[in-house]
Structure formats: C-alpha cells, structure tokens
Design a protein around this ligand. Structure first.
Ligand code: MN
Length: 330
C-alpha cells in the first residue's frame, strides 16, 4: 500500500545520548542489535530511504524512551524537553516538511511546565501532540508519578484545550518493582514488561475519572493496545462481580466505554493479523493506526505484513492512512 502514515517512530539526539546511559538496555537486547538501533535513531537519510521502500509518506517522530521521564531534576528535565523539541523542529521538520511530523517531548516532573511546552510545541512548532514514556521519576529512580495522579490533571486540562492526542508509550518498570523478572531480565523491556506496565497505566487513566472530566481526550497506545483488547472485557467483568458494581474506581462508566471513546491503537511492533482482527473487533477499524516502531522494528517487516494481511481494502486504507489523516488533520 502506498501513502501510509506511521506514528510510533523514534529518534535520538546528541543531547539525549549524553544524558541517558543505555548500558542496561544494551545488555538485555544484545550488542549488535543495539548498535544497529543506535545508528538508525540518528540517521535521517536512512530513515527516508526505508520510508520510500515501504510506501510510507509521513512519519510522526518522537524521542526514544525513556526521554524526559527519567530525568530526576525538574529544571533539567524541563529544559531538556524544550531543547529536544527545538532540535526536532529545526533539524527534522524544517528540513523535510513533507515527510515528518512530531510528537512533543514533555517533562511531567512539572505538569504546568509540561503543559506550557506542549502548547508551545503545538502552536509555534506545529507538533501533533505529545508522546509520554509512562510514569515520571520524581526525585529518585525508584519513585513514580503516574499520569492519572492529581498533580498531572493541570496538564490534562491544557491537553483538552489544545485538543491534541497523547501517545502513552512504554518504559521499563520501576527498579524496585522487578522481582517477578529476576532470573529472566530479558523480559523487563519490550518482550513483556513494557506491555504489563503500559496496560496497567492505561487502566489507571480509565478508572481515575479523567475521561469524565475531559471527555475529548485522546490517548494512543502502541503494540495493538498492549494486550488490552483481549484483557479489558475480563477486567470489566471481574470488577463488577467482585465489588458489586463498586469496582469502577472514580470513573462513572465501565472501562469499555472509555476504551472505545478515548483510545486509538497502533500496530507498532505487533505484526500479527489475528491480534489486529481482535483489536478491530473490540475497538473498531476507525481506531486502529498502522505504525512500525522504527528503528526497534523494521519498516520493511511491518509493511510487508500490513500490505498483505487479510484485511478488506477499506480497512487497510483506513488503518494505513485515512484514520491518521483525520486524527491529526493532515
Ligand atoms: Mn516504541
């Protein structure tokens, strides 16, 4: 399929590389794999060649995980976000305006500063929304602030005003919450831990009442929804059974209501037709978006799968291009 749009596509910057120690990730993923990824994260020309090979017109770029979410100093994190967004605007968007868009990096250590930076990125730099890598470290590497928690609602208030999507992207679980992976450290990241961490985070958002206060919020989840299309019906059923209808948290409605009204899912890193069909059956083909998760995944693998998957032509057009055009007003 020609003219595809992708939106979980990562890059890095020299500034990001200087701040973030990737050694843990390298050890878990294998050295050759990470060297290849690290080269591609910086290589714009190679990215465009692969997009051309695969029939991908537009990539919405974002800084690779964990980005600003892992910086312990609030002031530094806020400055880092601004510098990252300026860099992407100057070096990627301005150079290739017909091929690239971007999600803003925001530092949730200060929700108000994050809201201001999102507003600047959207209104002055032309960004499409924000991509946030899960929880934010507050003060030290073993403390987290999740996006449903009260200090963050000031940020959501601005997101609702700006009416732009927020991509909830995975990061690794807190260092002090990894006991279940001991002896199996390769499960901490994208193979398994990412999905568990991010799905639970999304459930927190749905149970918090956030979508009652801000019904127009749009959250995007990658990896075919991090397992939620399969697991949410059971979650909803058990909350109701166990708590006699009181298991809804602060939310007014069952989770399936918010999932189908406030969420979009992408195919990033999960190139499996049965899973896609299940996601379509739960949330509808209008809320699925094609993506690769480059350079952790190959655009060629993603596109060969998607272009040949057993889908109707209508659904392939929607998921590959027109849903994203509508959502991002492209
Ligand atoms: Mn990703």
């Amino acid at each position: 399929m020609k003219g595809k749009i992708v939106l979980e596509e990562h890059l890095t910057t020299a500034l990001n590389n200087s701040l973030w120690d990737a050694s843990g990730e390298s050890a878990r993923n294998g050295k050759a794999y990470m060297e290849d990824v690290e080269g591609k994260l910086l290589d714009t020309e190679r990215r465009i060649v692969e997009m051309d090979q695969c029939g991908i017109d537009i990539a919405i770029l974002s800084l690779t995980s964990p980005g600003a979410q892992s910086l312990l100093d609030t002031r530094k994190a806020t400055d880092f976000a601004k510098q990252t967004n300026d860099h992407i605007a100057e070096h990627l968007l301005a150079q290739h305006p017909d091929r690239f868009r971007a999600f803003a990096t925001v530092a949730m250590q200060s929700p108000r500063a994050a809201a201001d930076e999102l507003e600047r990125s959207v209104t002055s730099l032309g960004f499409m929304g924000a991509l946030i890598n899960g929880y934010t470290n507050i003060g030290n590497a073993d403390t987290a602030q999740y996006l449903d928690e009260p200090p963050v609602w000031e940020f959501w208030d601005r997101v609702a005003q700006l009416n732009v999507p927020v991509y909830l992207h995975p990061r690794e679980p807190l260092p002090n919450q990894r006991r279940i992976y001991e002896g199996y450290s390769s499960l901490i990241g994208s193979a398994w831990g990412f999905a568990h961490e991010t799905a639970t985070h999304a459930i927190r958002l749905m149970l918090s009442g956030l979508f009652d206060k801000y019904p127009n919020l749009t959250i995007i989840l990658g990896h075919l929804g991090e397992g939620l299309p399969l697991m949410l019906p059971r979650l909803e059923h058990r909350l109701w059974m166990q708590r006699d209808g009181q298991g809804l948290g602060s939310a007014k409605l069952p989770v399936s209501h918010y999932f189908s009204r406030n969420f979009y899912l992408t195919t990033s890193g999960h190139f499996h037709t049965k899973g896609l069909l299940d996601a379509i059956s739960e949330i509808g083909a209008d809320r699925l978006l094609f993506s690769a998760d480059y350079p952790y995944e190959s655009m060629v693998t993603a596109s060969q799968w998607f272009d040949n998957a057993l889908l109707s032509t209508n659904d392939r057009e929607k998921i590959g291009r027109t849903n994203a055009q509508t959502l991002f007003r492209l």
